[in-house]
Write a protein that binds this ligand. Structure first.
Ligand code: NDP
Length: 604
């Protein structure tokens, strides 16, 4: 085990002032007045980009009319964990509605070649001990994670409760019955005592609003709707359908980084259109060591997961159990005194971050042979302005003769024509164009979830959240009784998203089952509790504001133009483990403080 108490000694000369200037210069090149408005939703003439390539388009079923206790919207990890924990507590009257044709959420949709999780499998895949399962490798491929989702659904008998290929469109509070009326695109009419909305993060794909995008006459798709019928192959690559094709890809974020090596080895020619290079650190994947498996004691997963979230959340732990590139980043950029206290000196922190980023740039030089290409692949921004990436084959792809990096020097693609992509006046003709251009992130909740939510007195969630979310602890809202939203906004945000989803699921299930036990008909946060929590979030957000504003544009900072909702969309500033502790303490109080309860039989 490595002690986290010593800063990594690295002897690199850093000219902080020069790098600060370079970071600012690179950021300013990328700032655009249209910021978030530069993207295009998958609707109207782009609706076909959103079609599900995995589902049977002929699927039909009769509409259902039913009365149930709990309705869960979404069958990803959030929905699976909520459903699983409800089942553990004996709740049988349950329905799960999912847009895809199976459970899996992110891992149902994202099956692009190379798709994998960049968080260690032993802490990312939930309920490993309950399922008696250990993943085959440290950083699991998408197919293994997707299969794990199905195992969870089987283990907790969630399949009989599931409606797939169904989209919830309207959720409306019926005051007279004190239940939610839920309508779907298959004309189901469901009446539910509780609704838990687990519609996910980064689940609504977006396209760039590049002029001419609709005119492209070749084949095109978004990475989250990968068209294997066209490319051939599978999640491991071997895309035989591309052997005679000239392929272009726009986007070099976490998705682009994972899929580009497979496109490079399969396509006749690959053009990578880059706006901003990502930081790409080592991956070091490995099969699961049988000795590791033998060493595990009951409770190991929770301990390991908490240890990782503590360290990566900036806290201190005497040992680093995971010891990977994530924990290494934190060790490097949050230098500590020997007793483990973080160095609060902003200059020391800045120097440490710049040193870490310089090492990332040196890695590019060590791998990419062409010096000009290597230069273009170097990131110049604060490490946490964008999601760090990890890959051992990505940079090497640029050494192949069939791969060209078309660096747009921060400007982005200029135009798309019927034949291809134009950058700096030069057209690159393509057979196939792939968009690795990401997803909506904390925009309008109802729009992202694709449903209208109408609470007491006819008020919509969109209206109540017009300026940004208003919640208690991120998942309950005044005026929306018995309604829960799983999200990171106003909640704990962790690199291991599933960790936070699990803590929220536990808490939501606790509230529901306590209400059932005690005969509480409706529950919602008091206005005062909601206001106080919102104030906690907004005042905590002030600390991150200057950092985000100095960042190069990306979805973390609303593409460089702060929106009114930004402070309200922020996370619990005390950190993810403080959030876990807060929820633990709150659940331990039988009064569920901050909640307004109405008992069955009392007038609405
Ligand atoms: P991102 O939003 O991170 O990346 C979008 C990419 O598209 C960026 O490189 C962006 O450039 C580029 N782009 C957008 N518009 C243009 C344009 N007009 N011209 C040229 N380039 C353009 O999306 P991803 O799908 O890569 O990742 C989204 C998130 O999903 C990640 O941040 C991560 O949280 C999650 N993810 C997690 C994985 C995991 O292992 N756990 C794996 C994959 C994704 P620019 O940077 O300049 O905006």
């Amino acid at each position: 085990m490595t002690s986290t108490s010593k800063p990594t000694p690295i002897d690199i000369d850093i000219d902080v002032a020069a790098l600060n200037r370079k970071y600012a210069e690179e950021r300013d090149k990328r700032k655009r007045s249209d910021a978030m408005g530069q993207y295009q939703a998958l609707e109207g003439k782009f609706a076909a980009f959103g079609h599900d390539p995995h589902a049977d388009p002929q699927f039909k079923r009769d509409a259902i009319i039913e009365d149930i206790d709990v309705l869960i919207i979404g069958g990803g990890f959030g929905g699976l964990l909520t459903g699983g924990r409800l089942r553990e507590k004996g709740v049988q009257s349950l329905r799960i509605i999912e847009k895809g044709a199976d459970f899996g959420g992110t891992w149902y949709w994202n099956r692009y070649p190379g798709a994998a999780c960049d968080v260690e499998s032993y802490i990312y895949l939930p309920m490993l001990e309950e399922l008696g399962y250990l993943p085959s490798q440290r950083y699991p491929k998408a197919a293994e994670i997707y299969a794990h989702c199905q195992k969870l659904a089987q283990r907790f008998e969630l399949y009989p409760a599931a409606f797939f290929q169904t989209q919830v469109q309207r959720v409306e509070w019926d005051e007279s019955r004190q239940r939610w009326r839920v309508g779907t695109d298959r004309e189901d009419m469901i009446s539910a005592r509780y609704v838990v909305s687990c519609t996910g993060l980064l689940s609504t794909p977006k396209l760039p609003g590049i002029p001419g995008i609709e005119t492209f006459a070749g084949h095109a798709f978004h990475t989250s709707r990968w068209d294997y019928a066209y490319t051939g192959g599978n999640g491991d690559g071997n895309l035989t359908g591309l052997a005679d094709k000239v392929v272009g890809i726009i986007g070099t974020g976490s998705t682009g980084i994972q899929t580009i090596p497979h496109l490079a080895s399969s396509a006749k020619h690959l053009y990578v259109f880059q706006r901003t290079p990502s930081s790409v650190d080592v991956r070091n994947n490995a099969p699961t060591d049988p000795e590791f498996s033998k060493s595990l004691k009951p409770g190991w997963q929770r301990e390991r997961r908490d240890n990782f979230t503590t360290i990566v959340g900036g806290g201190y732990a005497p040992v680093d159990m995971v010891q990977d590139s994530w924990t290494d980043i934190i060790r490097s950029v949050v230098p500590r005194l020997v007793d483990g206290t973080p160095m609060m000196d902003p200059d020391a922190v800045k120097l440490a971050e710049m040193t870490k980023m310089e090492l990332t740039r040196r890695r590019v030089d060590a791998i990419v042979k062409d010096k000009a290409v290597a230069e273009a692949l170097k990131p110049y921004f604060n490490y946490f302005c964008k999601r760090p990436c990890f890959h051992d084959e990505y940079l090497d792809a640029y050494n192949r003769p069939n791969v060209d990096l078309i660096d747009t020097k921060g400007n982005g693609v200029e135009r798309i024509t019927p034949r291809g992509v134009v950058v700096a006046g030069q057209e690159y003709p393509l057979d196939c164009l792939i968009f690795a251009t990401g997803f909506d992130f904390l925009t309008d909740y109802s729009r992202e979830a694709g449903m209208q939510v109408i609470g007491t007195g006819g008020q919509t969630l969109s209206k109540h959240w017009e300026e940004g979310p208003r919640t208690l602890y991120g998942f309950m809202t005044h005026g929306f009784p018995n309604f829960f939203t799983m999200s990171i906004a106003q909640a704990g945000a962790a690199v291991n998203y599933v960790h936070m989803a699990d803590e929220q699921a536990k808490t939501i299930v606790h509230v529901i089952t306590e209400c059932m036990k005690k005969g509480v008909a409706t529950i919602q946060p008091t206005e005062q509790a909601e206001n106080e929590w919102v104030e906690t979030i907004v005042s905590g957000a002030k600390g991150r504001r200057a950092f985000l504003e100095a960042c190069t544009p990306g979805y973390y900072n609303y593409e460089g133009k702060r929106e009114r909702a930004a402070a309200l969309n922020d996370f619990y500033a005390a950190g993810p483990m403080a959030y876990v502790q807060l929820l633990d303490d709150w659940r331990a109080n039988p009064d569920l403080p901050g909640l307004e309860k109405r008992f069955a039989g009392t007038d609405p």
